[in-house]
Design a protein around this ligand. Structure first.
Ligand code: ATP
Ligand code: MG
Length: 743
């Protein structure tokens, strides 16, 4: 026991050994919050305050949950599977499987990830003949999820205008469709669990009696529904209910855009009459320069509960800053730097590449891949989200539950088997008439479409029979063969990687089979053997991304800053520090948007233990457009003495206040002439002495002004806005003769 507590500082020790009571640990990054929470679980059990079954611990990501279990197993030998440790979604999934009947679900219900959900909404709009320009599917998805996250069913949504009324109707239709197809989207996992606990007293009492200690990491990012779910389990702080132990950091609240409520912290203090708010101020993660940069950055925010961090680890290395010409140059430099770090002995697993937006990962991935540097992507471009993997999963889902129309639609004609759009339309029409899922509707169809569809149904029936008694990984392998997926990708020119991914799916099934099934508790309904496939499918939806690279392999880790929350790495590269990207352009519109971006930046910087690289580029290809950006204001907010520029620092002009106005794209038709002189985005030597904003004259087109530029050397091009007759044109500098005119 003493060993357990040996390395804690006095404040940490006080937090870990609080007698059972409600508590809030409010502390900055790297101060040991997660460590305190994990150690407290061990301490509670070892001191006899609680059995492992009495613990419920919530984290934000699967990765964090795994890390917690790993840390816990390292502290003392214990079957961690008896405890409920996981994400909100993961725990709710477990809960709903155990009580599926009371929740009004078949045991083998399937989970829709957000891509599936979008597809399902699109399909609904089509069936109902709804104009998707008036009701864009993505917006509707956002609307529905927002309502669910606020705990509102359609009947409870207040709608005053016709547009909202229609959206609420569509929300109800969508719910009916999901129920028909036995599928559950992410917010539904939570809402259903919440509703079940609320309305079913025996179940609620059972869990309230069972969980004695509820511990929540990253509490600042819980949304209203999550908080209410926790409150039900903890019996709202009443005598005899569980003790609620929450740790968080208001400076790391980064899910405001998704409805997370920093107000939960205040509500918690009030509703639970929290007497102990413990603050931790020593940072054990980062060297001084990194920590000072983080402190200086976040000091620019006005809405803070206020706290500061110190370290006794010494200043360490300066923060390295690099300015690249293009995103490709940036990626190339990062990979070269990684290679030399690895040569010097840094483990790849201790290096993280962070970025603000998922779209940035492609270029980085490409460079890493072509340089043969092993890497793994968390979130975003997830393994389980890749096309070929989703196809294979769709077959598995149909075997498991033929009523899953999303899966049906995905593979009914993939690989192609001559089932055209017309046949599908006829089928969808019939399914509305008979009010049955697509699969069950097939026998109602006659003629040629009927025959082809019936063959597809026969294929699924055959697969179900043949795989009935096979172990999971053989089921997966068999389905990949017999469905024709393997042959299809073998015939494809670029199919090699896809085939590897399909093989990796079989590997995932092997790993899953050996891990599954060991965690059953005596008081939980026994999950039947034939539901291993269903569990695997749920796992695929929930843990997307965790199996994409060989887990044993040391790999550089790529992820968005959001996904990096709670994690730490020896070396962190943060790329794309450009206005419009980070802070993100959307932040300009949201209230508190910029402050949330800054908190995100604070999260990014505080992930680094020893070395931090910050980079930005003059131009970047994103979503098919070249963008020219100013470097991020966040770079300016880091005191000069803490940084070391690897490229000569260029002056940053600041003359526009809104981030969204700060960049423009040469391909955008809406692009207006900047009303003020644009920044010197490309170095003038790259443009043969010219710069953006410069007035020029051309022999044929007359006078104009340079508004954009790209490429370098012989490929350098500029976009020039000429008079009304000539309009705006892209010109190759090597060919076009442009003469500067003094403005
Ligand atoms: P974040 O806000 O980023 O989630 P955190 O507050 O949860 O950070 P931890 O991840 O728990 O911080 O701890 C940061 C690092 O400091 C970890 O490597 C942890 O093991 C280490 N650490 C925490 N407390 C101590 C201590 N008393 N002595 C030595 N190392 C410590
Ligand atoms: Mg933490």
């Amino acid at each position: 026991m003493s060993q357990l507590l040996d390395n804690l500082n006095p404040e940490q020790l006080a937090a870990v050994t609080l007698p059972p009571q409600h508590a809030l640990i409010l502390a900055g990054a790297g101060s040991g919050k997660t460590r305190v929470l994990t150690t407290r679980i061990a301490w509670l059990i070892q001191s006899g305050f609680c059995s492992p079954q009495g613990i419920l611990a919530v984290t934000f990501t699967n990765k964090a949950a795994k890390e917690m279990v790993t840390r816990l197993s390292a502290m003392f030998p214990i079957n961690t599977r008896g405890m409920w440790i996981g994400t909100f979604h993961g725990l709710c999934n477990r809960f709903l499987r155990a009580h599926h009947r009371d929740a009004g679900l078949p045991q083998l219900f399937q989970i829709l990830d957000s891509g599936d959900q979008l597809a399902s909404i699109k399909r609904l709009l089509k069936t109902l003949n709804v104009d998707d320009e008036k009701f864009p599917p993505r917006e509707l998805q956002h609307f529905i999820n927002g309502k669910k996250e606020a705990g509102l069913r359609p009947a409870a949504v207040e709608a005053w205008d016709d547009f909202t009324k229609r959206r609420v109707e569509l929300y109800a239709e969508y719910e009916a469709q999901c129920q028909r197809e036995a599928v559950v989207d992410f917010p539904e996992l939570l809402l259903r669990s919440y509703e079940l606990l609320q309305r079913n007293e025996p179940i609620r009492r059972h869990y309230q009696a069972r969980f004695r200690h509820i511990l929540v990491d990253e509490f600042q990012d819980t949304n209203v529904l999550q908080y209410r779910w926790l409150s039900l389990l903890a019996d709202g702080g009443h005598e005899g209910g569980a003790s609620l132990f929450c740790v968080g950091d208001d400076d790391q609240s980064i899910y405001g855009f998704r409805g997370a409520e920093i107000g939960n912290m205040r509500d918690f203090e009030r509703e639970y009459k929290v007497s102990s708010v413990i603050r931790l101020e020593q940072n054990y993660r980062s060297h001084g320069n990194i920590l000072d940069a983080a402190n200086a950055l976040i000091a620019n925010n006005s809405k803070r509960l206020g706290k500061s961090l110190w370290t006794d680890r010494g200043a360490g290395e300066p923060i390295r800053v690099y300015e690249a010409f293009t995103d490709t140059d940036e990626a190339r430099w990062i990979v070269e730097e990684i290679q030399s770090l690895v040569r010097e002995g840094t483990s790849r697993a201790n290096i993280a590449l962070l970025y603000r937006s998922n779209a940035q990962s492609r270029v980085l991935e490409h460079q890493l891949f072509s340089s043969g540097v092993a890497y793994r992507v968390y979130g975003g471009l997830r393994f389980f989200e890749r096309q070929e993997v989703k196809h294979a999963l769709a077959y598995l889902r149909l075997i498991n539950n033929p009523d899953d129309d999303t899966a049906f639609n995905r593979v009914v004609n993939f690989p192609t088997r001559g089932i055209g759009a017309r046949s599908i339309e006829a089928l969808v029409d019939a399914s509305r008439v008979f009010n049955t899922p697509l699969y069950q509707t097939v026998p109602h169809l006659s003629g040629k479409p009927g025959t082809a569809l019936a063959q597809f149904v026969m294929l699924i029936e055959r697969l179900r029979k043949e795989t009935a008694s096979l172990p999971l990984y053989e089921v997966v392998a068999h389905v990949i063969e017999v469905s024709g997926l393997r042959a299809h990708y073998q015939a494809e020119k670029e199919g090699q990687e896809r085939l590897e991914n399909l093989d990796e799916l079989i590997n995932a099934a092997v790993n899953f089979s050996t891990e599954a099934g060991a965690g059953q508790l005596p008081d939980e309904p026994v999950v039947e053997m034939n539901s291993v496939l269903a569990e695997f499918l749920a796992h695929a939806s929930l843990e997307a991304g965790d199996h994409q690279a060989d887990p044993g392999m040391e790999a550089v880790q790529l992820m968005t800053v959001h996904a990096a929350k709670g994690l730490e790495f020896d070396v962190v590269f943060l790329s794309g520090l450009e206005e419009g990207l980070f802070p993100h352009e959307n932040s300009a519109q949201a209230e508190d948007g910029l402050e949330e971006e800054r908190r995100l930046m604070y999260v990014a910087v505080t992930r680094a233990r020893h070395r931090l690289y910050l980079s930005f580029t003059q131009s970047r290809m994103l979503h098919g457009q070249v963008r020219y950006n100013l470097r991020s204001r966040f770079l300016e907010e880091i005191p000069e003495g803490l940084t070391k520029w690897l490229t000569p620092p260029s002056p940053r002009r600041s003359f526009v206040s809104e981030p969204s106005a700060r960049y423009f794209s040469p391909n955008s038709s809406k692009q207006a002439m900047p009303s003020m002189p644009p920044p010197p985005l490309l170095r003038s030597r790259d443009l043969g002495g010219l710069s953006i904003g410069q007035n020029v004259t051309h022999a044929r087109f007359g006078d104009g002004v340079i508004v954009a530029a790209e490429g370098s050397g012989n490929d350098a091009r500029v976009q020039v806005k000429f008079g009304a007759d000539a309009g705006t044109k892209w010109l190759m500098l090597a060919v076009a003769k442009l003469t500067p005119v003094s403005g």
